[in-house]
Structures are given as structure tokens and as C-alpha cells.
Design a protein around this ligand. Structure first.
Ligand SMILES: NC(=O)c1ccc[n+]([C@@H]2O[C@H](COP(=O)([O-])OP(=O)(O)OC[C@H]3O[C@@H](n4cnc5c(N)ncnc54)[C@H](OP(=O)(O)O)[C@@H]3O)[C@@H](O)[C@H]2O)c1
Length: 287
């Protein structure tokens, strides 16, 4: 069962499940509102593996509407956890590097102190805690800076379109994270879904870290566009509504020790993403 199947992770996960011949139900927001507790009871059955990809994932959108962010990022996953626990289903819930405040200057490990800066991170952290309280054997997968590089609205997709033009783009040079290719995240979700990795919280991100500016230059370089067209700006200059951690790279060593196959370095993953044709972003038909 995939909730939030219309989003970038949910769509890619659904497509990969079809490709692997797995029987799935991939339900979009319109079909399954995770904030509705009765819907969770209706959809989740004994023996299911539920992967929750639903969220208010827009950091500025969450800041603008904290009540909805809480309902979807905290109450929603809690509903799923209660329903899964009640009927004997498994739950994999996706969380974020934004549970950290960014004060650290080396990658955040699973046990590092959480201290989210904004509504998005606070509601996602509340979701983690609610899930584990309701269902201690659920798995929380924290990931970061997820992109497809395809036709959507993610950072790499937008940079790809910009690189095809001829103007300049501004990119923040004082925020560092671990860019993660959705394909690699989805491969890890399949591995975690098999159930052999028993740690309650896992970090899943491509290896290494860079700033948004370095990421944008790398996209231009991979596509043969002039990286000088990327101009560094500070987070303060970019004046976004919500605060973002200055540093949120994820360390994966503990997750790898728990059995996760290490993800490749972020630059290699980016190269593969950009070598793929831009897809049409449609949800594949499901069996
Ligand atoms: N994107 C990143 O860089 C990033 C980084 C770290 C962690 N994550 C986490 O990864 C997960 C997947 O995010 P994503 O990048 O795929 O985000 P996304 O593209 O925005 O997808 C989220 C999906 O959730 C749906 N949704 C919103 N409210 C819902 C509700 N009440 N019930 C059911 N579905 C609802 C949205 O549908 P509508 O658009 O129709 O409302 C959307 O299709 C999230 O948990 C996010 O926090 C993402």
C-alpha cells in the first residue's frame, strides 16, 4: 500500500513496484486522505506493507499552514500506525533531515539530537514520535534533498530546464545537505520493506554532501552547460518564508551497519538521473 502515491517518491515507488511485478495499491491524496483515521482503517489490511509517502513536503507551504502540516505530517502517520498495529500490517514511514537544526558541521547520525527549525521539521518530528509510540516496530526512513531530475518541480528538474535555456540561476551557497536520487531511495525502501533491517530509525541518502550552489553547478556540468551561469547567493538573500538548516547532511553508517546497502555518492547518482530521458511524470497504472 502506497499512500501519497501522486508525489515524487510515491510515484517513483509505484512505478518501480509495477516494474518488479509486486502487487500494489498506489493511492493518491484524492483517493486516500491520511489525515482521516477512518480511511486508514478502511484501506489497511492484515499482512499489508504500507509505505507512507504522503506529506506536506513543501517547507514554505508547511510554514504558511501549520494546522494542515500537522494534520498530514503528524496526525496522518499516527493514523496509519494505529491502523497497521491493529490489523498486523507493517509500516515504513518517510521522514526528513529537517528534524535537525543544522548547527552541526559533520553528517547527522540517527542518534544525534533533533531540534527542528520550522513547522515542516517540527511536524515531521511529531510524526516520527507518534508513529513509534503507536507502533514500535514501524520503520522511520529519514532522507534528504530528494530529486527526480525529470519533469516535476524538484530542484534538479528545475535546474535541468534552466540549463537548457541561456539565463543565469541563483543557488544558495550556505546550506549543505545530501542530495538523494529518488531511484536510490526507492531501491532502499524495497530493501527495508523486506523486513530484515530492524532498526526503528534509518538514514537513507546518497553519500557525501554539497551546498545547493555546488549541486546546481554539478547539474550544469553534467549537462554540458556553463556552470558560470550559476550564481551563489546566501540563504538570507534568497528570503524564503521558512528557515532551513544550514547543514543537514545525513550519516548512514549506523543504517549500513543495520543492514542497509550503502547508497552511491551523490554525484554518481546525479549523473545517472540526468542521463535518463525526462519522463512524463504520470502515475503508472497499477495491477
Ligand atoms: N522532497 C524532498 O526533498 C524530501 C526530503 C526529505 C524527506 N522528504 C519526505 O519524503 C516523503 C515524500 O515526499 P515527496 O518529495 O514525494 O513530496 P511530494 O512530491 O510533495 O509528495 C507528497 C504527496 O503527499 C500528498 N498528500 C498531501 N496531503 C495528503 C493527505 N492528507 N493524504 C494523502 N496524501 C497527501 C500530496 O498530494 P497533493 O499534492 O495532491 O496534496 C503529494 O502527492 C515525505 O515524507 C517528505 O517529508 C522529502
Amino acid at each position: 500500500m502506497i499512500s501519497g502515491a501522486g508525489g515524487q517518491v510515491g510515484r517513483f515507488l509505484a512505478g518501480e513496484a509495477v516494474r518488479r511485478g509486486r502487487p500494489i495499491s498506489a493511492l493518491t491524496h484524492q483517493q486516500w486522505d491520511i489525515a482521516d483515521p477512518l480511511a486508514a482503517e478502511r484501506f489497511i489490511a492484515e499482512g499489508d506493507l504500507v509505505v507512507n509517502c504522503a506529506a506536506i513536503a513543501g517547507v514554505d507551504a508547511a510554514e504558511a499552514d501549520p494546522d494542515t502540516a500537522y494534520a498530514v505530517n503528524a496526525t496522518g502517520p499516527e493514523n496509519l500506525a494505529h491502523a497497521c498495529a491493529r490489523v498486523g500490517a507493517q509500516l515504513v514511514h518517510i521522514s526528513t533531515d529537517y528534524v535537525f537544526d543544522g548547527a552541526q558541521r559533520h553528517p547527522y547520525e540517527v542518534g544525534d539530537d533533533v531540534a527542528p527549525l520550522g513547522v515542516y521539521g517540527r511536524t515531521k518530528l511529531a510524526g516520527e514520535l507518534a508513529v513509534l509510540a503507536a507502533m514500535p516496530d514501524a520503520r522511520i526512513v529519514r532522507t534528504s534533498w530528494v530529486y527526480t531530475g525529470g519533469a516535476g518541480n524538484d530542484v534538479v528538474a528545475a535546474l535541468r530546464r534552466a540549463a537548457a535555456g541561456d539565463g543565469t540561476v541563483d543557488a544558495v551557497d550556505d546550506q549543505t545537505g545530501s542530495p538523494t536520487y529518488v531511484k536510490d531511495l526507492v531501491d532502499a525502501l524495497f530493501e527495508i520493506g523486506e523486513g530484515h533491517i530492524r532498526e526503528p530509525i534509518l538514514h537513507v541518502a546518497n553519500e557525501g554532501a554539497c551546498s545547493r550552489y555546488e549541486q546546481a553547478r554539478a547539474v550544469f556540468e553534467e549537462l554540458g552547460a556553463d556552470p558560470q551561469r550559476v550564481r551563489p547567493v546566501s540563504a538570507a538573500q534568497s528570503a524564503r518564508r521558512a528557515p532551513r538548516p544550514a547543514y543537514s547532511a545525513l550519516a548512514t553508517a549506523m543504517s549500513v551497519r543495520a543492514g542497509l546497502t550503502p547508497l552511491r555518492p551523490w554525484r554518481a547518482a546525479l549523473a545517472e538521473a540526468l542521463a535518463r530521458p525526462v519522463d512524463d511524470g504520470q502515475l503508472p497504472s497499477t495491477p
